[in-house]
Design a protein around this ligand. Structure first.
Ligand code: NAD
Ligand code: UD1
Length: 341
């Protein structure tokens, strides 16, 4: 059984990926500092798979503790690195927190593994690296544009650090997955997204409004040059996204990669407007949502959706869930969370 380290494995995408890794027969060790998650998530994972993953509570900014961890666990074959801070607005007000937490931690890990004989590494990148691309859908060949926020910049610099390191570290192979917009939760409702405070993202705001936690959803602008005037995004079910990590990891472990640093877009290939997401929610929840149109949100790009040809053909992965399925899972998770609070 191959041992895989999942940093940030108690977080939203990490926890769903741990489940898929266990189901695929991997042994998982999680590192998390619980800064944006809780230990309860371990029980959720165990309730789904029947296996409790090993958990080390560790802050990757603590260099000594990280070095000791890698000394203790020398038999790791792969790392999926989720641990990072991800609030775009906060990254603007506190850029150094983001550069430290998202980049110095990455460097520390790479220093510990760069001399290993064989190590597969999956990096959590984002479609934010493309900014507002000129052509849609966005392929991996689209240029990386100057980042709008320090958070976005950490993803661009993170990819550069990995690409440069993989060039010289013979045993290191890297795949960077550029996620589009992850939504939804595991169908068991054992794990899901737990936003801290008022959600900034669309889908948790919708479900929290529907459950009565928020009064109404503000739709940020309906005067964009799109069919219904609202912005377009590529919303991907988090379980599809989690499975992409397992596929990417196997590609590296089976030595099927073509270069030591590869990039794949992970989305559905379908763009949905904000109003279409609301309609989907209303359809699956069988209730109408209280919302109003307000002004644009600063920094929002008009339209972003993936060309998934490379992921479909070369990686051999494809998203299978529909927007309705993802929205239903988000709604079921919200109801479960509120019932238990
Ligand atoms: P999340 O906040 O739910 O998970 C991140 C986890 O990492 C949390 O459990 C947190 O406690 C942990 N963590 C943070 N800093 C740490 C540190 N210094 N040491 C140890 N653990 C630490 O976020 P998520 O939505 O699951 O995102 C996972 C990754 O995917 C992040 O790198 C994020 O930037 C990236 N990403 C997320 C999205 C999204 O919309 N959710 C989109 C694109 C990319
Ligand atoms: C956000 C992040 C981005 C990250 C991406 C994927 C910001 C500025 N950007 O982008 O870095 O890569 O998630 O997870 O946070 N909307 C509303 N009302 C709301 C919330 C959102 O109308 O209350 C609209 C937005 O204007 C946007 C769409 O819904 O058009 C999606 O918003 P959101 O969920 O925040 O994701 P992104 O803006 O794509």
């Amino acid at each position: 059984m191959k041992k895989i380290l999942v940093t940030g494995g108690l977080g939203y995408i990490g926890s769903h990926t741990v489940v898929e890794l266990q189901l695929a027969g991997f042994e998982v060790i999680i590192i998390d500092n619980l800064s944006n998650s809780s230990k309860e998530v371990i029980h959720g994972i165990k309730n789904i798979t029947g296996v409790e993953p090993t958990f080390e509570e560790l802050d990757l900014r603590d260099k000594e503790a990280t070095i000791s961890f890698f000394k203790k666990h020398s038999a790791i074959s792969g790392i999926i690195h989720f641990a990072a801070s991800k609030a775009v607005g906060e990254s603007v007000t506190n850029p150094l927190l983001y550069y430290e937490n998202n980049l110095s931690t990455l460097i520390t890990i790479l220093q510990q593994i760069q001399h290993k004989e064989n190590i597969s590494f999956i990096f959590s990148s984002s479609c934010t690296v493309y900014g507002q691309a000129e052509t849609m859908p966005i392929s991996e060949k689209a240029p990386v544009q100057q980042a709008i926020s320090p958070y976005g910049n950490t993803k661009q610099i993170g990819e550069e650090i990995l690409q440069d390191t993989a060039k010289i570290a013979e045993g290191l192979q890297v795949i960077s997955l550029r996620y589009f917009n992850p939504i939804g939760a595991h169908s068991s409702t054992e794990i899901g997204e737990l936003p801290d405070g008022v959600p900034q993202n669309l889908v948790p705001f919708i479900t929290q409004t529907a459950i009565g936690l928020r009064q109404e959803l503000a739709v940020f602008g309906n005067d964009y040059p799109t069919e219904d005037g609202t912005c377009i995004r590529d919303y991907i079910h988090v379980v599809d996204l989690a499975k992409a990590h397992v596929t990417a990891l196997k590609r590296l472990l089976d030595e099927k990669h073509e270069t030591s640093f590869e990039v794949f877009n992970i989305g559905t290939g379908k763009g949905s407007s904000v109003l279409e997401v609301i309609e989907s929610f209303e359809r699956v929840s069988k209730q109408s949502l209280n919302y109003k149109i307000v002004g644009r949100r600063e920094g929002d790009v008009i339209s972003v959706y993936a060309d998934t040809t490379k992921a479909n053909t070369i990686l051999g992965w494809k998203a299978t869930s529909t927007l309705d399925e993802a929205m239903l899972s988000a709604w079921e998770w919200e109801q479960k969370v509120r019932k238990t609070k």
